[in-house]
Design a protein around this ligand. Structure first.
Ligand code: PPS
Length: 647
């Protein structure tokens, strides 16, 4: 949801003042509905509920948030159905109890209503709101929008957007006793309603002081953390609850008003729309908690949510979605991953999808080529070479953010192992991750030829693609490539004229020392740096290309993917594997369209059959080279027999 403009916020504030002054919006009755189901939280919140579920429709239809509309009626009906099926709590909030907050009130009374940005005198040591005290005795957390609106804060626990790290700030200890009655109420009220056993772990806790005349406009929280956490509010200092308009609902025009009397412990579905306006002339203080329910039988989960204890005055470095300790700076070297190839197998898409993760920063250019044709031969020391390669990335900027990472996609590296492997080994001597995308080598070859011979492109692109194939037909290039492979002794099993394989010779040759020798010769003589017009067939011989890589690096550094599986299983299914390989939390890709696509004419059927026969034995040994028993690699690109084709 885009941020609201200052004009829109002012309009919402005026509306709120009107609603409270004319008493036009009654409180929704307190209902103890227990803990809000996480199932409700992952449902879309744009949809207006059906009339039966609407209890406080005070604004008219025209005021609907434009982002709440959807064009297709069919989709709408499906969504209505889904929402009706799943909405256990269409009210989007639940009273969890009433608690005595006098202890908390005493602790935060001092300075809660001061202008936090214009403090001049020396800070009083007992004023928790004073940012100077927070910087010295606690830890400074930035909350850009809230800070911009002048909202005061006392932060006790905080986590990154994916809940990979929960930080406990020094002042948590000061407030622990005062928070206990609230924790007890939350534990009791959930055990009465929920079957899900587990321990409550607070992942975020802060006190927020909302200045008079400020409105936090209608919004809904987003991010992975929202789906697994429960958001609890406890009004602490509210001089006149009738002048506070706190609302939540499935859509802006059906939000319900919640009673903000001090001590009212309530949970909201923060994935639903919510807003608050302080129409009083005093600050309003709420305690805001997010908790998760941790399965204590799983040591891994327990460990994950074990808070990291921060020290007074310690510095954190934040981006919108990540938080790291400054002391852990430089913990992650650059780059973290390389997409090695294969060329024309969907590498641009993979790189784009990876870059959609909020913790990934793209390189300064997509294909750095810093280890092949942009390699700087002048540089003789490792230090100089590394510094040169790091310039292709935002390495300096990333140093402070070890949660975040960057990588390279240079699909020529897979084939050019002779040059690239020693350079990776010498320079990137950390646990770098590799990706290899593969695609039916026949289709790959067609795409490769179409790109190299295309007349479209920038002058630079036309130059790097080379001229060697420009006046040759596809078939002529195939013949040229076959003769090159043959001259290197790489295809003793292939009858060039008949276009068929001698399986016995292939079985004896593949993986042999002779093959490795012939392959080296090929790489040495026929992998140039000044053109893209080479390797039409070699780039589709995946098993031979992968062997040197698997010999040089541990196998678990590689994630090998099949473009066709990505198409069949969906991008998100593939990306789950990618995030795991990068050790990144899951994140849905918002743009999963295919990148770098091109229209070109279909291949001649006889030429296609020739190539299929050529690649078939190579495809069949792939599973054993990959060491994979996965179904997708057993017969990765099944070709139809000529007889089948006729039917
Ligand atoms: N998601 C998805 N589904 C299906 N097909 C896809 C997808 N992503 C990329 N592609 C196809 O991959 C081809 C481009 O590959 P690369 O990006 O690796 O090319 S390059 O080496 O970077 O030039 C290019 O193939 P052709 O269109 O046949 O040329 C793309 O269409």
């Amino acid at each position: 949801m885009p941020p609201s403009s200052p004009e829109e916020i002012a309009r919402q504030h005026l509306d709120a003042v009107g609603l409270v002054e004319e008493a036009r919006m009654p409180y929704s009755p307190r209902r103890e509905l227990g803990e809000i189901s996480l199932q409700d939280k992952v449902q879309p919140t744009w949809l207006s509920p059906t009339p039966q579920t609407t209890t406080a429709a005070v604004e008219d239809e025209e005021k609907k948030d434009p982002s709440d509309s959807d064009s297709s009626q069919e989709q709408d009906e499906q969504k209505v159905h889904n929402v009706r099926q799943s909405l256990l709590n269409p009210d989007c909030w639940s009273t969890r109890g009433q608690v005595d907050v006098s202890k908390l009130q005493k602790m935060v009374q001092e300075g809660y209503n001061e202008g936090f940005s214009e403090l001049e005198s020396n800070p009083s040591p007992s004023n928790y709101w004073d940012p100077r005290n927070a910087a010295k005795h606690n830890v400074n957390i930035t909350r850009p929008s809230h800070d911009g609106w002048g909202i005061g804060k006392i932060v006790l626990r905080f986590s990154d957007d994916f809940l990979t790290k929960v930080y406990q700030l020094p002042w948590w200890k000061d407030f622990e006793d005062a928070l206990q009655p609230i924790m007890d109420i939350l534990t009791n009220s959930r055990s009465n309603h929920s079957d899900q056993k587990g321990e409550l772990v607070v992942v975020r806790a802060l006190l927020a002081s909302l200045p008079p005349g400020v409105t936090i406009p209608v919004h809904n929280d987003s991010g992975e953390w929202v789906k697994t956490t429960h958001r609890v509010h406890v009004p602490v200092l509210v001089r006149n609850p009738d002048r506070i308009l706190f609302r939540v609902g499935l859509a802006p025009h059906v939000m319900q008003r919640i009673d903000c009397t001090p001590g009212h412990v309530f949970e909201i579905n923060n994935q639903a729309k919510h807003a608050v306006s302080n129409c009083d002339d005093d600050h309003r203080v709420h305690l805001i908690l997010d908790y998760v329910v941790v399965d204590t039988t799983s040591s891994e989960t327990k460990r994950r949510f074990q808070p990291i204890l921060l020290e007074p005055g310690e510095k954190l470095v934040q981006t919108r979605r990540s938080i790291d300790r400054l002391r852990e700076m430089s913990n992650r070297p650059t780059p973290s991953y390389i997409i090695l190839g294969a060329q024309k197998a969907g590498t641009t898409s993979l790189y784009d999808y990876i870059n959609q993760h909020p913790w990934v920063v793209q390189a300064r250019r997509r294909e750095t080529h810093c280890l092949d044709w942009r390699w700087n031969n002048e540089l003789k020391t490792k230090k100089g070479q590394l510094a040169y390669c790091r310039k292709f990335f935002y390495a300096e900027e990333l140093k402070k953010h070890p949660s975040c990472l960057t990588g390279d996609s240079t699909p020529s590296y897979l084939l050019d192992s002779r040059r690239v492997i020693p350079r990776v080994k010498a320079l990137f001597d950390w646990k770098i991750s590799f990706f290899v995308m593969m695609r039916d080598p026949v289709r790959r070859a067609a795409s490769h030829y179409a790109m190299v011979t295309s007349k479209k492109g920038t002058p630079k692109q036309l130059e790097t693609r080379g001229k060697e194939w420009r006046d040759k037909s596809f078939w002529q290039v195939v013949q040229l490539e076959v003769s090159i492979l043959d001259a290197c002794g790489l295809i003793p099993y292939w009858d060039i004229e008949a276009g068929c394989v001698n399986q016995k010779v292939f079985d004896a040759f593949h993986g042999s020392a002779e093959e490795a020798k012939a392959w080296n010769l090929y790489l040495e003589k026929y992998v140039p740096l000044n053109t893209g017009s080479y390797g039409l067939l070699a780039r589709g011989m995946y098993a031979v290309q992968l062997r040197p890589w698997f010999d040089a690096f541990p196998r678990d550094r590689f994630l090998c993917l099949r473009l066709e599986s990505m198409k069949a299983d969906g991008v998100d299914a593939t990306m789950k594997r990618v995030w795991k390989h990068l050790d990144l939390p899951n994140h849905p890709v918002h743009d999963d369209s295919a990148k770098n696509t091109r229209e070109y004419s279909a291949m001649d059927q006889n030429e296609e059959l020739y190539l299929q026969r050529f690649f078939e034995p190579h495809n069949r040994v792939l599973a054993s080279v990959l060491g994979s028993s996965a179904v997708e690699w057993q017969n990765p690109w099944p070709y139809m027999s000529p007889v089948d084709r006729m039917h």
